[in-house]
Design a binder for this molecule. Sequence first.
Ligand code: SF4
Length: 95
Amino acid sequence: MAFKITEECVSCGACESECPNEAISEGDEFYVIDAAKCCECVGFFDEPQCAAVCPTEAPVADEDNAESAEELIAKAKKLHPDKDFGDNYPSHLKG
Ligand code: SF4
């Protein structure tokens, strides 16, 4: 599932440059995540980077955009067709 940014956001912008998919931008009230571009950092990092760097814990899993681990790595591959993710890619969904 994609992540979303809640109203806890103080618009510090710390997350924007951390996203591997450029999914984060400044919205009208606070920063927003484009769900179509968010792969929960599967394929890139062991944990969602926006949530890791946020000082107010504003980014959370968006229950309305539920996706399986398989769907998330497929999304990452689609967004980065030239990248070889291999079989041992990082994911916070791996046990
Ligand atoms: Fe970007 Fe990762 Fe946050 Fe999704 S979870 S918006 S891919 S930094």
